[in-house]
Ligand binder design. Sequence first.
Ligand code: ATP
Ligand code: MG
Length: 180
Amino acid sequence: MYLKKLEIYGFKSFADKIEIDFKKGITGIVGPNGSGKSNIIDAVRWVLGEQSAKTLRGSKMEDVIFNGTSHRRPLGMAEVSLSFDNSDKLLPIDYSEVTITRRIYRSGESEYLINKTPCRLKDIKELLMDTGIGIDGYSLIGQGQIDSILSSKTEDRRQIFEEAAGIVKYKARKAEAEKK
Ligand code: ATP
Ligand code: MG
C-alpha cells in the first residue's frame, strides 16, 4: 500500500484545486518560505481526522478554509482527498484504490467520505488503525516529535510498537466492550 494522490481544494492557501501525484521516486517537497509546504502536510493531517485546530496552526477549525487575499474572495468550504493504492489489501476494504475525503463548510458543518460514500470519522480511524497511517500512527512525525518519542514514558513509547505490531485495533475493541 502506498500514498497515490492528494487533492486539495479551498484548504488554507490552496484556493484553486491542486492535485499531487506521488509518483515513484518523490521524496520531498521544496519551495520558498510561505509557499504552502507545511499546508500540504496540514491537509494530510486534517483529512486523516485531526480535531485540533492548534495542531493545524489555527485557532478554530474554520481557519483551514481559504480566507481570501487582497484580490481574491474567501471560499465557503474546504475539501481534501487522499488516495491510497490498496492492491495489496493492507487496508481491510475490498477496493484496490481507497480515497478518504473530508469537507468543512463555514457553517461549521463537516463530512467524511470513504470512496465517495459518506461515513463517520470513526470508520476512517478504524480503516487506518494498525497501518501506521492514521492520525495516531507514525507515518506523520511532526517537528519536535522525535524528541518527545525519545524522552517519553515507556508506556507512551509502547504505543508506537503496538501500532507497528497491529494490535491497537483489538485493544480499542476490548476497551469499547468493557465500557458496555
Ligand atoms: P516555511 O518554509 O516558512 O515553513 P511553508 O512553505 O511551510 O513555509 P506554509 O506555512 O505552508 O508555508 O504556508 C503559509 C501561508 O499559507 C501563509 O502565507 C498564510 O497566509 C497562508 N494561509 C494559511 N492559512 C490560510 C487560509 N485559511 N487562507 C489563505 N491563506 C492561508
Ligand atoms: Mg513550513
